[in-house]
Design a protein around this ligand. Structure first.
Ligand SMILES: CC(C)(COP(=O)(O)OP(=O)(O)OC[C@H]1O[C@@H](n2cnc3c(N)ncnc32)[C@H](O)[C@@H]1OP(=O)(O)O)[C@@H](O)C(=O)NCCC(=O)NCCS
Length: 145
């Protein structure tokens, strides 16, 4: 099976919203996703049968990129796709002369924290009780490009 990364298109919103619902305890609404995908930056990973298996959303402001979200469909997790997606993002940002990436992650989300560490992100500070359902601290992480 071939998997390709491509930029977001309007017709992807349904599949992204369905993945978001399945993968997060407090999913973004369809409207928030639409707004971020249309006004920020969004890419998807898609199989050759047009199934979206992962998406990545963020925003580039001047030379700083804020990573809002990266998610991989359950059936495709632990196969290196998120790592590959972040490598793609980093090289895309290098071309744009971006200096830094910032992100926030739940302190209990060990899979995501390890992924970000493997990609060279370092913790910057903690925001106590930043998340709800369940209540959790946020770790702000950053990576120099
Ligand atoms: C976090 C997430 C994006 C990782 O995607 P993935 O494609 O499964 O990750 P990869 O296979 O590329 O793994 C890369 C690294 O992440 C870490 N990792 C991924 N899943 C892990 C798990 N279940 N437990 C521990 N470490 C894990 C490992 O360090 C792994 O490298 P390794 O296999 O060499 O040890 C995925 O679990 C997901 O979509 N989770 C739900 C949504 C979410 O929490 N997104 C992050 C929001 S901040």
């Amino acid at each position: 099976m071939d998997i390709a990364i491509r930029a977001y298109q309007d017709e992807d919103l349904g599949q992204i919203a369905a993945l978001e619902e399945k993968l997060f305890s407090l999913p973004w609404s369809r409207d928030s996703l639409k707004d971020s995908c249309e006004n920020g930056l969004c890419w998807v990973m898609e199989t050759d049968s047009q199934e979206i298996i992962a998406y990545l959303i963020g925003v580039l402001v001047l030379d700083e990129f804020s990573l809002y979200n990266i998610a991989v469909s359950k059936a495709f997790q632990n196969k290196g796709y998120a790592f590959q997606f972040l490598k793609f993002l980093i090289s895309w940002l290098q071309e744009k002369k971006c200096e830094k990436i910032f992100l926030e992650v739940r302190s209990q989300n060990l899979a995501a924290i390890r992924l970000y560490q493997k990609c060279g992100f370092k913790p910057l500070y903690l925001r106590r009780h930043y998340y709800k359902e369940p209540v959790d601290d946020a770790i702000t992480m950053t990576r120099q490009i």
